[in-house]
Ligand binder design. Structure first.
Ligand SMILES: *Cc1c(COP(=O)(O)O)cnc(C)c1O
Length: 376
């Protein structure tokens, strides 16, 4: 059986979690949380990193900090995970979906400006598969119209746009460390941002509305409830698990990239014959091999291939029923312009097994079976 995903495990996780337990500090903001945050701040060149309990929660924090409120509109792709939308629905915002660029499956930046109204508050680019959206254009539109940009970089940890880490370009960036992502802590995420102005508000929001972070730094002698907040900080046990991977991030990246390049090379003949389409990475993007997908001719062909591979012990998945066609998407949003690609492309896309430690003989078998499907 070749699974679609196996959570990353490098070998040091138990040791670090044990260390956290022994230190009698298993709640949030302990030693391992600091290691992880400092590492990200350094590597991604971002001033503020707050580890969170999920990317969904990082998005909730971003929506709050961006000042999104009842009646505002936010512009996002319909081809994304529901969390991108949930965080803004929670604030009472209306979702305005625009079409994607079929080559990257990312929001088509040339359609954004037309969707702006006097209620628009934020643009939410989602870096699908860790391939960057066209951020210069998006930031330019945002600055001209005084909009906030919240990057859903759940899949884009350690991926880059013109040399800048995804998540660090907009006003706020949100990462995921769910077990299906490149680096994991089971459930978890991070909120990253550059502005010093948001720092205190973000810390308060994350710590139940208290100024406990300031207290821990010794800046005040007792802490108190100062504003609305929630509990968005993860246990240091989870951070200990994550640290074991961040330490070996280069090895994880290289391993995933090898699988990506293998699929890309070995399936090229099928693309040349017109059986499949392969992912496209624009010159401005350095991706992180978060996923490898192919596109089939249509939905029935995809269903047939999934069944064929499943019978041979290979698990493949597809995702995202476009949000605008889901019941909640219809309730909370509208599609601006024409759905030329969102639905059509989402029905053709198939993700192949991709995880740290996927064995060479297993990925070779995936490629073989896909070839044999098209031979029959
Ligand atoms: C995984 C994912 C999320 C949610 O991440 P969690 O950490 O599970 O909350 C949000 N957006 C996108 C695009 C994702 O892929």
């Amino acid at each position: 059986m070749i699974g679609f995903n196996v959570p990353p495990f490098t070998g040091k996780e138990f040791e670090y979690m044990q260390e956290a337990v022994a230190s009698r500090k298993i709640s949030g903001d302990g030693k391992f949380t600091r290691y992880c945050s400092d590492w990200m701040a350094q590597r991604f060149q971002v001033k503020h990193v707050l580890l969170t309990t999920s990317c969904t929660h990082a998005l909730e924090m971003a929506a709050h900090l961006a000042g999104v409120k009842e009646g505002d509109e936010v512009i996002l792709p319909s081809y994304t995970f529901c969390s991108t939308a949930d965080a803004f629905v929670q604030r009472g915002a209306t979702l305005v979906f625009v079409d994607i660029d079929p080559r990257t499956m990312n929001i088509d930046e040339t359609l954004i400006e037309d969707a702006i109204t006097d209620r628009t508050r934020a643009i939410l680019p989602v870096h699908y598969a860790g391939v960057a959206c066209e951020m210069d254009t998006i930031m330019d539109i945002a600055r001209r119209h005084h909009l906030q940009v919240v990057e859903d970089a759940a899949q884009g940890v350690d991926a880059y746009y013109k040399g800048r880490a995804l998540g660090t370009i907009g006003d706020f960036g949100c990462y995921s460390f769910h077990e299906t992502k490149n680096f994991s802590m089971g459930e978890g995420g991070a909120l990253v941002f550059q502005s010093d102005e948001s720092k205190e508000a973000a810390e308060i929001l994350r710590e139940k509305g208290t100024n406990r972070s300031k207290f821990f730094r010794g800046q005040i002698d007792k802490y108190t409830w100062v504003n609305y907040g929630s509990s968005y900080l993860p246990s240091d046990l989870n951070a200990a698990y994550l640290w074991a991977q961040l330490e070996l991030a280069d090895a994880i990246d290289a391993d995933r990239m090898e699988t990506y390049e293998f699929y890309h090379k070995e399936l090229k003949d099928l693309a040349d014959q017109g059986c499949i389409e392969q992912p496209f990475v624009p010159d401005y993007a350095a991706h992180n091999a978060h996923m490898y997908y192919i596109k089939l001719a249509d939905e029935p062909t995809r269903a047939a291939l999934i069944r064929y591979l499943k019978e041979r012990g290979i698990s493949t998945v597809f995702h995202y029923v476009p949000l605008h066609s889901a019941p909640a998407g219809q309730r909370f949003g509208r599609f601006h312009g024409e759905d030329r690609f969102t639905t059509k492309e989402s029905e053709r896309l198939l993700r192949l097994p991709m995880y740290y430690g996927l064995r060479p003989e297993d990925r070779a078998r995936v490629v073989e079976e896909i070839h044999s499907f098209f031979r029959q």
